[in-house]
Write a protein that binds this ligand. Structure first.
Ligand SMILES: [Zn+2]
Length: 147
């Protein structure tokens, strides 16, 4: 992370986009992609931002789940003031769902997670014995390996 950006002007533009170029048209993307190849600094930043995105999604999922669980528990035990507790739990859940949605729409987190999932599936696939690999449906194999 100690490296300097090799082209601060491009680096600044990328920083403004949170190092996300997935929304750019393919013909515009080329210059920035080559900057990522050349620039260690921006590559590191991009990795951090994508980790933050995925972390936020994970956090929102966990908190949404906890609020739902709380709602269930309140429903089940019916303590005093149950109504307001239920409202609070539902509001917490709604807020978590909203954050989840905003992060999923505004950042490339879904793409990052799909890539990670595909990478994981490919690693498993590569370790499978040959005869099992051959029995996998063609369509699935193409999806995993991309060939
Ligand atoms: Zn850079």
């Amino acid at each position: 992370m100690s490296q300097q950006c090799v082209d601060p002007i491009v680096g600044k533009i990328l920083a403004g986009w949170r190092y996300d170029i997935s929304g750019l048209a393919a013909e515009m993307r080329g210059d920035y992609e080559s900057h990522f190849v050349e620039c260690e600094h921006c590559r590191g930043r991009q990795r951090i931002h994508r980790m933050i995105d995925v972390g936020l999604i994970a956090l929102a999922s966990v908190s949404g789940f906890v609020f739902l669980l709380a709602f269930g528990v309140i429903r089940h035990f019916g303590p005093r003031h149950a109504f307001w507790l239920e409202i609070a739990a539902l509001a917490g859940f709604a807020l978590s769902a909203l954050i989840w949605l905003v992060v999923a729409v505004a950042t490339p987190a879904p793409v990052t997670m799909m890539d990670a999932a595909r990478e994981g599936a490919k690693r498993v696939h590569d370790r499978l014995p040959q005869e099992i690999r051959e029995r996998l449906p063609e369509e699935l194999r193409v999806k995993i390996t991309g060939t």
